[in-house]
Design a protein around this ligand. Structure first.
Ligand SMILES: [Zn+2]
Length: 444
C-alpha cells in the first residue's frame, strides 16, 4: 500500500454553480487533508479529520496553495507539439503548410516515442492530468502515446486519425486500412491501464464517404469507445465540405448520416452552426468542444457557449494545441473568458474552474472517476499557487474571496502557478526537469 496525505486548501465541485453565490455546488476547505492511497483518493476532509484516519501516512504540506482535481483537456493534437506558434495562416492553409508536413514525421516510432514523453511532460507541467488526443494517421503514433501514458499511469484518451484523401503522401490511410489499424489499437489499448481509445476520423474533408462509413461501423461495434472529429471551424472548411458531400443537409449531417453522433461524440470547434445543426446536437447528446486560443489564433470565430448551453448542450473546453497557443487550461479559460465577453457574457470563475475539471469529466462521462476530489475517484490532483509571480502576488493582496483568487489564477496564471501535479497519486511536475532543451540531446 502506498499512501500520501496532502495538506492545503481544497476545492472540489459537485455540479456547475448556478450563480456566484451557489456555495452548495462545491466543497471548499481552508485547512484540508486529502489522502491518496494506491492511486485513488481514499479520504478528504479537514486535515485533523483525515489525519486521524491515517496517522501513519507521510504528509506533503502544500499550504497555502490550492488543491483541486487535475485539469482535463478535451481536444488536443499530440503530433503538433512542434507546430504550435506557426505564423500567418487560417485553417486549411495552416493544415497544408504546417501541420501535415510535421505529422508525416510520426511514422517513425522513435520520433513518436520522444514526442510522447515531451508531450506528457508538458501536460503535467501545466496541471493537466487527462487529455483527449488526436494522434497522426500512423498507428505508431498512437502506440507511442498509449505506451508512455501507461508507463505513467496517466488517464489518456486518444486515437489515430483516419484520413484517406486531401492529404499528402505518407499521411493517408485507406478506408479499410484505417478501420483495421483502429480496430487493432482498440484491441490492444482500450481499457488497458487507464487508456481509452477514441475513434478519430480527422474531419469530413480528409475522409471519403467510404471511410466515414467504416468509422461509423467501428463506432457501432465499439460503443465503449468515444468518437472525436472537427466541425464547422472555418467558413472555407464548411464550403469545401458542402462540395465534397453535396447530399448532406449541412456539415453535421455528414457525421450524422454515418452514425457518428451520440453522447460519446466530441466535436472540436462547432462555431458556425445552423439552427438545424444545433437541434441535432441537442437531440443526439453530442458534445461541442470550445477551443478558445485556437479559434482566436486561426481567426476562426466565436464559440457560442451560453447559446448552446441554453439548449441543454454540454460543451467541453480544450486547448487544441498546436493551433491552440498554450497547453495551459488556465490560459484557455482566460481566452475563453474574452471570447464570451465579445458576445456579452461574463464567464464566472467558479463556472470556469468547474468546466476545466468536473465539467470536462461530465462531457467524457467520466465524472465518477476524474474531475473531482471525491473519495473513491482517481488521485489526479493539481496544486495551484495564486501568488506564483510578483504581479499575481501583488494582485492577490486585494483578492478577498475564493472567486477573486480563482479569477487571478485564470487570467494571470500559467505553468508557473502549477506547484505540483499528481497523476494517480504520484507527483509528476518534477518530470518536466531537466528542461526540454537538454532532452533534445537524448538519443532518438
Ligand atoms: Zn483540432
Amino acid at each position: 500500500m502506498t499512501q500520501t496525505l496532502l495538506r492545503g486548501r481544497l476545492l472540489s465541485f459537485h455540479r456547475d454553480p448556478q450563480g456566484p453565490d451557489d456555495t452548495e455546488a462545491y466543497t471548499y476547505i481552508e485547512d484540508a487533508g486529502l489522502l491518496m492511497r494506491d492511486g485513488l483518493i481514499a479520504a478528504r476532509g479537514t486535515f485533523a479529520e483525515v489525519r486521524a484516519q491515517a496517522p501513519q501516512a507521510p504528509v506533503t504540506d502544500h499550504r497555502p496553495h490550492l488543491m483541486m482535481a487535475g485539469f482535463i483537456d478535451t481536444h488536443i493534437h499530440f503530433p503538433q507539439v512542434q507546430v504550435i506558434a506557426s505564423w500567418g495562416a487560417q485553417l486549411l492553409d495552416w493544415l497544408n503548410g504546417y501541420t501535415f508536413p510535421e505529422e508525416t514525421r510520426f511514422a517513425d516510432p522513435a520520433h513518436a516515442a520522444r514526442m510522447a514523453r515531451a508531450y506528457l511532460d508538458l501536460l503535467t507541467a501545466h496541471g493537466t492530468t487527462t487529455a483527449v488526443s488526436f494522434c497522426s494517421v500512423h498507428a505508431a503514433s498512437a502506440e507511442a502515446l498509449f505506451a508512455e501514458a501507461t508507463h505513467r499511469d496517466m488517464r489518456m484518451l486518444a486515437g489515430k486519425v483516419m484520413m484517406d484523401r486531401n492529404a499528402p503522401d505518407g499521411l493517408r490511410d485507406t478506408a479499410q486500412g484505417g478501420y483495421d489499424d483502429s480496430k487493432a489499437l482498440i484491441d490492444r489499448w482500450h481499457g488497458k491501464g487507464r487508456n481509452g481509445y477514441v475513434i478519430t476520423p480527422r474531419f469530413a474533408i480528409t475522409s471519403t464517404p467510404e471511410q466515414l462509413a467504416m468509422a461509423g461501423a467501428l463506432a457501432a461495434e465499439h460503443p465503449e469507445c468515444h468518437v472525436q472529429t472537427h466541425l464547422s471551424e472555418n467558413r472555407a472548411e464548411i464550403a469545401y465540405t458542402a462540395e465534397l458531400y453535396p447530399e448532406a443537409r449541412d456539415y453535421l449531417d455528414v457525421y450524422e448520416g454515418f452514425g457518428l453522433l451520440g453522447p460519446k461524440t466530441l466535436l472540436g470547434h462547432a462555431i458556425h452552426l445552423t439552427p438545424r445543426e444545433i437541434d441535432a446536437l441537442a437531440e443526439t447528446g453530442a458534445h461541442p468542444v470550445f477551443c478558445p486560443t485556437s479559434n482566436l489564433f486561426l481567426g476562426s470565430g466565436l464559440f457560442d457557449a451560453p447559446g448552446l448551453g441554453a439548449r441543454g448542450i454540454t460543451s467541453g473546453i480544450a486547448t487544441d494545441v498546436g493551433a491552440g497557443t498554450s497547453y495551459c487550461m488556465l490560459q484557455t479559460l482566460n481566452e475563453g473568458y474574452k471570447v464570451l465577453q465579445l458576445q456579452g457574457h461574463a464567464l464566472h470563475p467558479l463556472n470556469a474552474f468547474h468546466w476545466a475539471t468536473r465539467g470536462n469529466a461530465c462531457v467524457l462521462g467520466l465524472q465518477d472517476r476524474i474531475g473531482t476530489l471525491d473519495a473513491g475517484t482517481e488521485a489526479d490532483v493539481v496544486v495551484l499557487d495564486s501568488r506564483a509571480t510578483p504581479a499575481m502576488a501583488l494582485r492577490c493582496e486585494r483578492a478577498g474571496t475564493l472567486a477573486e483568487e480563482l479569477f487571478v489564477l485564470q487570467v494571470m496564471g500559467d505553468d508557473r502557478a502549477t506547484v505540483e501535479t499528481y497523476v494517480a497519486g504520484t507527483p509528476r511536475k518534477a518530470t518536466t526537469r531537466p528542461p526540454l532543451q537538454q532532452r533534445a540531446a537524448e538519443p532518438a
